[in-house]
Design a protein around this ligand. Structure first.
Ligand code: ACO
Length: 311
């Protein structure tokens, strides 16, 4: 029997198979994917800024070249993700316009300042570590282009995480001042990186439906807990500590628990009032305007090639 429309879509999900761009899909599924994928893409693009801040001040040529490669990877992730979202019928221009107009969301984490070199370590270890925890399950997202994009993104994120960990390891084994710098960075990035997983489950309006659609595979709290468990083990290798004396493994639920997070701060950041929101958006706007000539040149080149073919 040839199923069509909603029936076909339901059958694909029931088989845990993949929805592809030309398949029929409910409008709400399409909209929610564009929402999540475009937010994800924007996060990668805005996420270049906090680390780009340290490229010129990296402590050695080797560190500088690694950091440059990492920031370029993030640009690549953003472009992949915009392409994946475009397969759902939203143009990159529409997404980019929403971002520069301040109407689009991107991850809260990128609205915090990077004040010392150790922040490059903490971002790699914790922020990219959180990204991996969240994104490995997304490799199995029901929407084909998104899931496939995640495979490569996760591989690159693993490299990013190791480079961050290694920065911290070296600082933690350095002078007393370097060690203090590493601990201070871990202290500052801990809570914001836990908040990357989104609001608690009972305050997460999209989770239930996204899980029913096989987009999300685990809830925000489940992934956050898994991430805490990962940090607990790895921080021991660093010889540093987590700024949370309430971290513990709950034997009954078999989950890691952590101390309370400041969800008012999270809401403020989402409302555009975090420490660096204005600066991040302004920088993106300027880069977009200054890049106008590149877009114009690309269009002119494309036009010229088409004219040549016609001639
Ligand atoms: N920062 C900014 N906004 C957030 C965050 C966050 N850390 N967490 C949740 N939100 C937003 C959601 O986008 C949603 O907003 P919307 O309804 O206006 O779109 C709202 O808060 C409510 O949250 P949820 O209902 O829990 O939303 P959702 O089910 O989409 O879960 C999550 C949020 C976990 C971030 C999900 O969208 C996801 O997995 N996205 C892909 C990963 C991603 O975007 N990572 C970006 C950072 S990692 C990196 O780029 C290196």
């Amino acid at each position: 029997v040839q199923l069509a429309g909603q029936e076909h879509f339901d059958a694909v999900l029931a088989k845990d198979s993949r929805v592809e761009p030309k398949d029929w899909m409910p409008d709400a599924y399409r909209r929610s994917l564009v929402r999540q994928i475009s937010q994800h893409a924007h996060s990668e693009i805005i996420g270049m800024q906090p680390e780009a801040n340290w490229i010129t001040r990296a402590p050695s040529l080797k560190r500088k070249s690694i950091l440059m490669a990492k920031v370029q990877d993030e640009a690549g992730h953003g472009l992949y993700l915009y392409s994946a979202a475009e397969t759902l019928g939203t143009t990159r221009d529409e997404m980019m316009d929403a971002l520069v107009a301040g109407k689009a969301r991107y991850s809260s984490i990128f609205n915090y300042p990077t004040v010392t070199w150790a922040d490059m370590g903490a971002i790699g270890w914790m922020v990219d570590g959180a990204a991996i925890c969240n994104q490995v399950p997304l490799c199995r997202a029901s929407y084909g282009p998104y899931g496939r994009a995640m495979v490569r993104v996760c591989k690159e994120e693993s490299f990013h995480q190791r480079q961050g960990f290694e920065i911290l390891l070296e600082l933690a084994n350095g002078t007393a001042e370097q060690r203090a710098m590493a601990q201070d960075a871990v202290n500052r990035w801990y809570a914001p990186s836990l908040m990357m997983f989104g609001p608690p489950d009972d305050d997460s309006p999209n989770s239930k439906q996204s899980m029913a659609w096989n987009i999300k595979r685990f809830s925000n709290d489940e992934l956050r807990s898994r991430f805490v468990g990962m940090l607990v083990e790895q921080v021991k290798v660093l010889g540093l500590t987590l700024p949370d004396d309430q971290v513990r493994f709950n034997e009954e639920s078999k989950t890691w628990e952590h101390g309370p997070l400041d969800w008012d701060e999270f809401k403020e950041v989402l409302a555009g009032r975090g420490p660096c929101n204005a600066q991040r958006l302004e920088r993106r706007r300027t880069a977009h305007e200054e890049g106008a000539w590149v877009r114009e040149a690309a269009v002119a080149y494309h036009q010229k090639q088409q004219d040549k073919q016609k001639a």
